[in-house]
Write a protein that binds this ligand. Sequence first.
Ligand SMILES: O=P(O)(O)OC[C@H]1O[C@H](O[C@H]2O[C@H](CO)[C@@H](O)[C@H](O)[C@H]2O)[C@H](O)[C@@H](O)[C@@H]1O
Ligand SMILES: O=c1ccn([C@@H]2O[C@H](COP(=O)(O)OP(=O)(O)O)[C@@H](O)[C@H]2O)c(=O)[nH]1
Length: 929
Amino acid sequence: MEGNKYDSSPVTPRTRLERLLRERELRKSSRFSQPSAEATDVNREAELPANDPCSAEGDHLGLPNEEELLEGVAAASAFADGCQRQDVRPTKQRLLVVTNRLPVSATRRGEGLWQLEMSVGGLVTALLGLKEFDARWIGWAGVNVPDDVGRKTLTNALAQKRCIPVFLDEAMVHQYYNGYCNNILWPLFHYLPLPQEDRLATTRSFQSQFDAYKKANQMFAEVVNQHYEEGDVVWCHDYHLMFLPKCLKEYNKNMKVGWFLHTPFPSSEIHRTLPSRSELLRSVLVADLVGFHTYDYARHFVSACTRILGLEGTPEGVEDQGKLTRVAAFPIGIDSERFIRALELPQVKDHMKELKQRFAGRKVMLGVDRLDMIKGIPQKILAFEKFLEENPHWRDRVVLLQIAVPTRTDVPEYQKLTSQVHEIVGRINGRFGTLTAVPIHHLDRSLDFHALCALYAVTDVALVTSLRDGMNLVSYEFVACQASKKGVLILSEFAGAAQSLGAGAILVNPWNITEVASSISYALDMPADEREKRHQHNFKHVTTHTSQEWAATFVSELNDTIVEAQLRTRQVPPLLPMKDAVDCYSKSNNRLLILGFNSTLTESVDALGRNGQLKEIELKLHPDIKEPLKKLCDDPKTTIVVLSGSDRTVLDDNFNDYNMWLAAENGIFLRPTMGEWMTTMPENLYMDWVESVKHVFEYFTERTPRSHFELRETSLVWNYKYSDVEFGRIQARDMLQHLWTGPISNASVDVVQGSRSVEVRAVGVTKGAAIDRILGEIVRYKGMKSPIDYVLSVGDFLTKDEDVYTFFEPELPSESPPAARGMLANLVRTSVPKISASKSVSKSSRLKKQRSMSTLEKRAISHGNEIVLQPVMQDRKSMREGSSVLDLKGDNYFSCAVGRKRSNARYLLGSANDVVTLLKELVQCPPSS
Ligand SMILES: O=P(O)(O)OC[C@H]1O[C@H](O[C@H]2O[C@H](CO)[C@@H](O)[C@H](O)[C@H]2O)[C@H](O)[C@@H](O)[C@@H]1O
Ligand SMILES: O=c1ccn([C@@H]2O[C@H](COP(=O)(O)OP(=O)(O)O)[C@@H](O)[C@H]2O)c(=O)[nH]1
């Protein structure tokens, strides 16, 4: 195949999008070079085995036959063989597709004899399009097989269809499938409230059903595990298997696991009513990729994770402790070619002829649904009744064919629905029927594929009135079969398909019977040119957004999440090697410890307690840290600086009793606890912008429940960590926009965005900028004679303030870790008090030496109502000429971010508890000789 001249991807794809575009182009070009799908399919149909032992008695039931079954399920292998023979594509990706129900359902016809029939439902139809993979299916065959002989023979029969059974006994099916899946999750995900617990049978409760659900998922996981080979992609499907990703990763954390939901995911307000809401979300989040049909469902899921679990939702997905679960929309499609080709088959043409004769002189309206409450069948029929009522001239000129496929017949709600529908149909037929014709033909059964295609093709108006529907493939199939007739699709706005076929269909609210009735009238009378236009729009979509494309896109993104995770992992620093840090500390003689305050030395506060209840907001020193901290402060070889964003009073209150240095407001104010506060960066103290920013912060605080703001001396911080995260973010965006265009447009300020805060501070103020001057002052004040030979810098700092970690990096020799050296480019240092670096003085340090060093002279100036101290430059003769202030070789410098996954620091620590451990170890280490 020639190179693609439209190749739009860069040579080496770097970003996710670049990689996915490249992958798509490769897929497309390799498709061109394969034998056409059509040719392969034709061969396949000709090669069907005539005497397959499990082949079908299905035809006499009017159900899809073996041919249909093989067409989809075995397509993967047929196609694979064809490709491999041609040596076009090396090997296909092995794919384990895990669904509750296998694409075939089994019925026992003798001890070791099984009849296999294709299962009905959108999920099965869609997954039959997985032709480009070396796919195997794992799932339940819809039958209880208690004996070994039965299990063995069924396993063998299914193996020929590349299916692998999970055996569930009756009790399990009852609790897991009928109970938790279909009586709890299914209705809830379609916005139907949970049943009252006392309405469940006495042997059942949410808890017992959920336990069965988890157990069933574990059984699926065991089967997956038995068949898993390294490199396989495992694709879990639907609400039945929300617990599966967790079980799989527990077996093997390197498994590539994707999960796709075929139903809607409801608003978080609905999901939060579920007793097991958090556990389910957490287990889904263990997957590498989580997919939904529409952006709305994906958005609801992310929102449930942020609101219920308190996790970070990003445009990419959901982040928990640095681990990203990618969440995205992958709208499903159908194998449209299969439908289009079917219309050319003689048996389908015969069917169409029959139907046309049968309904000659009448317009045909069609409904095809599983008999499920979410499909809005009663609403559809009532709307049709209203239409007949209001349009008497149509009464003997239109017929509604409703195919209602029985489903979940063991669940009482479904049984009730069947009687309800029968009753309404009977009433309407009694009311508008004649001796020779009835307006509604209602069938409680499924049709085979060819009969269905014929029906789609002769239909004038298809009526889909789902109250909620993940996608609704019937609407796609109808469009695919309408190339000649160009019939009209009336489609519920609550079906996922409305987002893709909305422009060509007539969208309706199925609850509005009057609107649906008038839409029927409009559709029946629609002029040919409008029908043509609408049809073309939909036809194009259906034939380009196929199930093959859907599966390929999902799997390609799933593969990419692994690449992405590896890239992200490389940016994650390792955990602090505690022993090294302690050993090195014990060997050093002049140590500097720079410690953050919030989340570093304070008690961990679980911001969102149960039910979003606020816990304590005020920062409190970790009770276990006091003792080791005090001992370290009293060690003459150790200098400790607490460098915090908090203001002076907070640090005074917490640290007055310690012999240390306090640097408040990101280092603008500095004091040894024995001395007085001084100002390190007076040039940054133009505060004329404060009032107008304060005004804006007050406004947003009033309008954002549970947000608060702190007015510090040199900065303002608006914090929404206790508010609704999504609302907080929107408010923050709004606030920033307003600030930029208004109050701070001409002010010398920096706006620093935290994950849940907005801070406005004087320009150039960062912890890294401040440490420069702080260090100078410490050296001078203590009259240090020997260089600092150990630096430990620990904190949970805003990214902007992480320059404090990188501040020391240039001092390190070139064998320092590359990650650390790479950060030097961003480093802007002011004046490092350094007299001579080493024998060979680098250009940068020479330059640095030329700059004036900052030390502080305490001079009172007036600042508002307070007295503050302003530094003046002092000549550097106080430092011994020829000696270096820092003697860092790389292994005696430890920068460490607390509670983060990504950082510019060299190392990580989990939480303030780990800081406690570290300080205790430092206290206990033997003194250096
Ligand atoms: O296996 P059953 O319990 O009898 O139910 C049949 C299937 O129904 C649901 O289908 C969904 O998937 C379709 C394709 O993505 C989508 O178009 C439709 O809107 C959904 O309702 C269910 O999600 C499947 O698990 C069932 O197998
Ligand atoms: O008699 C029937 C009626 C329906 N279907 C198939 O069942 C699926 C229904 O999928 P949809 O997404 O519309 O809804 P679901 O039933 O999955 O909720 C479609 O592929 C139909 O072709 C079928 O095979 N035989």
